[in-house]
Design a protein around this ligand. Structure first.
Ligand code: UDX
Ligand code: UDX
Length: 427
C-alpha cells in the first residue's frame, strides 16, 4: 500500500520504518526541516535501539519530506503528531488541527485516516466533523483510532510484537478493519475493534493502570520501610498471582516520560469534564509527585548536611535504553540535589541534561562520576550500572553510601565490597 505518516517522532518514525519493512511504500512528513534533513542523511534525531538500522534497510520504500502532496497518492494517512499537555492538564490539539487544515485542502481521493497520536476521548469524532466542516466530502474518507502501545527503548520490538491491535471505528464503518489488517499484514496479534472513543479510552486506561501499579508499589515501599521489610519480596510475592502479574512492580523514583504523566493528567481532565471525580487517578499522581520527596529525604538523612557534598548520579534519562529526558525523575532528582547545595557529577550512556544546573557537571563515564563522591545514586536502571565492580567503586569514592533509586542492584554484591546499600523500601 502507499501510506503517509505525519509526524516523525518516536511513534511516527517507528511506525514508518516497521510499515516499510512490511513492504509498504511509506512517505513520512514532518514540519521540522532539521529533522527531515537529518533523516535524509540516514540519521535518526533520537536514540532508539534498532530504528536507524531498520530505516537504512528500507530506504527504497521510505521517503522523508515536508511535502504534503505525497498525501494525494496515499491510500492510508497515519497521524503521529505531538499532543502535548496544556497547563490545565488537558491536551493541546493544535498540531492535530494543523494536520486537519492541510488534509482538508489535499484530500481529492478516498483515504483511510488513522489517528495514532494519543488524543482525549471524543477527539476522533470531532476530527471527522471538522474535516466535513472544512469541506471534505464524507464519502471521501473514514477515520480510524489506532492507538500505539510501544515503549521507548523497545519501540521497534514492540511494534513488531504487539500484544494487541486496537481499532476504533465509526459506527457504520465495515471497510476500515480490512484496511488495517492489510496495513499490519505480517504482524501476528489479536485485533480488538471498538468505537472511536472506546479506542481512545483503551489507550488512556492502559497507561493509567500501569502507572497505578507503579504508584501502588511505591506506596507499599513506604509501608515496607516502616515495617523493615524488602518491597522486592512483596513485588515477587504478589507478582506470582496471575491476576496481578510481575510487571511494573518495581519501586523507585517514580514514573516519568512523555506518556504516563501527561496521559494520566489528560484522563483526569476528561473525567472532570464529564463531572466524574477521578479519586484513584489523583492518588496515583500524588504518590508519584511525592516519591521524589521520599527518596530525597532518605538521602538527606544519610548524608546531611547535603551542602557541599559531592554526589555521583548515574542515569539522566527517564528510563533505560532511551536518550529521552521528558519528565525524567532522574533529572528531577539531580535538580533537587543542585538546589540543596550539592555538587553533582551526572553520567548517562545516551541522555544529556536538558538544562544547565548549578554545581552539576555531566561527565562521560561512571569512573569520572564516582571520583571522590560522598554518595552514589542509581537514578535510571541502565544495565551497565547493575554490573559495576563495587570494589573499584568503593576505592574511588570518598563516602560509602550507594542509593539504589531503582531497586535494580544486587545489594549483597554492593555490601560485600564494604559499601552501604540503601534502596527504596529495602531497609
Ligand atoms: C506522539 C504523541 O506526543 C503522543 O501523545 C502519542 O502517544 C504518540 O505520538 P511522540 O512520537 O513521542 O508521541 O511525539 P514527538 O516525539 O513529539 O513527535 C511528534 C512529531 O510530529 C515531531 O517530529 C513534530 O515535528 C511532528 N509534527 C508536529 C509535525 O510534523 N507537524 C505538526 O503540525 C506537529
Ligand atoms: C509507556 C507505556 O509502557 C507504553 O505502552 C505507551 O505506549 C507509552 O508509555 P514509556 O513511556 O516508554 O511507555 O515507558 P515505560 O517503560 O512504560 O516506563 C514508564 C516509567 O515508569 C519510566 O519512568 C519507568 O522508569 C517507570 N517504571 C516502570 C517504574 O518506576 N517501575 C516499573 O516497574 C516500571
Amino acid at each position: 500500500m502507499n501510506i503517509c505518516i505525519i509526524g516523525a517522532g518516536y511513534v511516527g518514525l517507528t511506525t514508518a520504518a516497521v510499515l516499510a519493512e512490511l513492504g509498504h511504500e511509506v512517505h513520512c512528513i514532518d514540519h521540522d526541516e532539521w529533522k527531515i534533513r537529518l533523516l535524509n542523511n540516514g540519521e535518526v534525531p533520537f536514540y532508539e535501539p534498532g530504528l536507524e538500522e531498520l530505516i537504512a534497510k528500507n530506504d527504497n520504500y521510505l521517503t522523508f519530506s515536508g511535502r504534503w502532496d505525497d498525501i494525494k497518492r496515499a491510500a492510508v494517512v497515519v497521524i503521529c503528531v505531538g499532543t502535548p499537555p496544556r497547563p490545565d492538564g488537558g491536551t493541546d490539539l493544535r498540531y492535530i488541527e494543523a494536520v486537519l487544515d492541510r488534509l482538508a485542502t489535499t484530500i481529492k481521493s478516498y483515504k483511510t485516516i488513522v489517528t495514532k497520536s494519543t488524543v482525549p476521548p471524543g477527539t476522533n469524532e470531532w476530527m471527522r466533523a471538522e474535516l466535513i466542516r472544512k469541506g471534505v466530502k464524507p464519502q471521501l474518507f473514514r477515520i480510524v483510532s489506532n492507538p500505539e502501545f510501544l515503549r521507548e527503548g523497545s519501540a521497534v520490538y514492540d511494534m513488531f510484537h504487539p500484544d494487541k491491535i486496537v481499532v476504533g471505528l465509526e459506527p457504520d464503518d465495515d471497510q476500515s478493519l480490512a484496511v488495517m489488517q492489510a496495513v499490519y499484514a505480517g504482524i501476528n496479534a489479536p485485533y480488538l475493534t471498538t468505537s472511536l472513543t472506546g479506542a481512545e479510552l483503551i489507550k488512556y486506561a492502559a497507561n493509567a493502570f500501569l502507572a497505578t501499579k507503579i504508584s501502588f508499589i511505591n506506596e507499599m515501599a513506604r509501608i515496607c520501610d516502616a515495617f523493615a521489610v524488602d518491597v522486592n519480596d512483596i513485588a515477587r510475592g504478589i507478582g506470582l498471582d496471575p491476576r496481578i502479574g510481575p510487571h511494573f512492580l518495581r519501586a523507585g523514583l517514580g514514573y516519568g516520560g512523555s506518556c504516563f504523566p501527561k496521559d494520566i493528567k489528560a484522563l483526569e481532565h476528561a473525567a472532570r469534564s464529564r463531572q466524574v471525580e477521578p479519586h484513584l487517578l489523583k492518588a496515583v499522581q500524588t504518590i508519584n509527585a511525592t516519591q521524589l520527596d521520599v527518596c530525597f529525604q532518605k538521602l538527606n538523612e544519610q548524608l546531611a548536611p547535603l551542602t557541599d557534598k559531592k554526589i555521583a548520579v548515574l542515569g539522566i534519562s527517564f528510563k533505560p535504553n532511551t536518550d529521552d529526558t521528558r519528565f525524567s525523575p532522574a533529572e528531577a532528582l539531580i535538580r533537587r540535589l543542585s538546589e540543596n547545595g550539592c555538587t553533582v557529577a551526572a553520567y548517562d550512556p545516551k541522555a544529556t541534561l536538558s538544562e544547565p544546573l548549578t554545581r552539576v557537571t555531566q561527565v562521560q563515564s561512571v569512573h569520572e562520576a564516582i571520583q571522590g563522591a560522598d554518595g552514589l545514586v542509581i537514578a535510571t536502571d541502565w544495565d551497565e550500572f547493575r554490573t559495576l565492580d563495587w570494589g573499584q567503586v568503593k576505592a574511588a569514592m570518598n563516602g560509602t553510601l550507594v542509593f539504589d533509586g531503582r531497586n535494580c542492584l544486587d545489594r549483597h554484591a554492593v555490601e560485600q565490597s564494604g559499601l552501604r546499600y540503601m534502596g527504596v523500601g529495602r531497609p
